[in-house]
Unconditional design. Structure first.
Length: 116
């Protein structure tokens, strides 16, 4: 139901925008990432309209990443700027009732590589 796109290979300091496609309007949508050998971690989340599209971010990406809904395209985008090697990993889109709840639906992921 939810499909990620936009992953790729970039150099440190560059930008990348990921997109999550699917019935995004009905759910809280979160982006998670998992680096090799590390636990999956939540990067950002955006609530549905009923919760005023509120957002949250993990501290390490605040000021660099922006999560936003594109209603016309039915996507939730994660704009990532000033990428660092530690941002690399497989990024997953997930959906649940609200950001405060556990996510119920998951995409298959898209790979982001950050290296010189």
């Amino acid at each position: 139901q939810f499909v990620e796109s936009g992953g790729g290979s970039v150099q440190p300091g560059e930008s990348l925008t990921l997109r999550c496609s699917g019935p995004v309007d009905w759910y809280g949508i979160a982006w998670f990432r998992q680096a090799p050998g590390k636990n999956r971690e939540r990067v950002a989340c955006i609530n549905p309209h009923i919760k005023d599209f509120t957002t949250d971010y993990r501290d390490s990406v605040k000021g660099r990443f922006t999560i936003a809904r594109d209603s016309a395209k039915q996507t939730v985008n994660l704009e990532m700027t000033d990428l660092r090697p530690e941002d690399a990993g497989v990024y997953y889109c997930a959906a649940g009732p609200y950001c405060e709840y556990n996510m119920s639906f998951w995409g298959k992921g898209t790979l982001v590589t950050v290296s010189d």
